[in-house]
Design a protein around this ligand. Structure first.
Ligand code: SAH
Length: 232
């Protein structure tokens, strides 16, 4: 059986590349995005009552990587990239059906021009991700207090500190009209340490770059410290 879906929306996210996206939703509350409804559902009736929910489930396609296939076993980053787990025992993006799901915060309904949409926060999705479905998050049923979390039982904690150069601070100040949360957002992204596991083990200073919104951010890492050198 083949099943095909037409996306109900496209997500407009500050994450322009996979690198630096947190591994799960809500780890970075400042990560805001706008979900634009597709033409066939672009009507306020499809959203009626949604503002009464604080959180939503997004079901989406891992569109950027879906062509790359999948394997039975994956190496979760959580386990330092060493141990292997079955694909269905992980939230890996490389799956037989490249479908992801994220519980995100609903800020509110937001229309731009004649396009209805939703303002969201705490997202872990790439820019332009096709959204297959939107459902309200139901705390009484979706939250299971005694659930066992396997190899990912607790929220990942990192001890990274973040410092901004004079240029980087000035840059964030200049953008504060359009992006009032920019500095807090960059800080949160770096605090969760986006580096791949094998690089975290490396000694000495390393230089990295990432794209958030239309900005390019360059930083240096030494031990547990990120120094944001330049933002362009
Ligand atoms: N919460 C989801 C996603 C977990 S994987 C789930 O459990 O199903 C999270 C990773 O997915 C992010 O680190 C990011 O690199 C990747 N990702 C997000 N959107 C993507 C997309 N559209 N295509 C491919 N990978 C994506």
């Amino acid at each position: 059986m083949q099943i095909s879906f037409e996306p109900v929306g496209i997500l407009h996210s500050p994450y322009k590349q996979k690198f630096a996206i947190p591994r799960q939703p809500r780890l970075i509350p400042q990560a805001r995005a706008w979900l634009a409804l597709a033409d066939h559902v672009n009507h306020p009736d499809t959203l009626r009552g949604i503002e009464d929910f604080s959180h939503l489930w997004l079901v989406f396609a891992f569109h950027e990587t879906m062509e790359k296939g999948w394997s039975n076993l994956v190496r979760p980053p959580r386990l330092g990239g060493n141990a292997k787990k079955g694909v269905f025992a992980t939230r890996a993006t490389f799956r037989p059906n490249a479908i992801g799901m994220s519980a995100v915060e609903l800020i509110g309904i937001k229309k731009k021009g004649n396009r209805w949409g939703l303002e969201l926060a705490g997202i872990d999705l790439l820019d332009q991700t096709p959204i297959l479905d939107i459902k309200p998050y139901l705390p009484y049923s979706d939250s299971i207090e005694q659930a066992a979390g396997g190899f990912a039982d607790a929220r990942p904690e990192t001890e990274m500190t973040v410092e901004f150069s004079e240029q980087a601070q000035q840059f964030c100040l200049q953008q504060s009209q359009n992006y009032p949360q920019l500095m807090a957002f960059i800080t949160q992204v770096l605090k969760q340490d986006p580096r791949p596991a094998y690089k975290k083990k490396r000694e000495g200073e390393q230089t990295y770059g990432m794209s958030l919104y239309e900005f390019n951010i360059q930083w240096r890492v030494n031990a547990q410290h990120h120094f944001v050198e330049e933002i362009r």
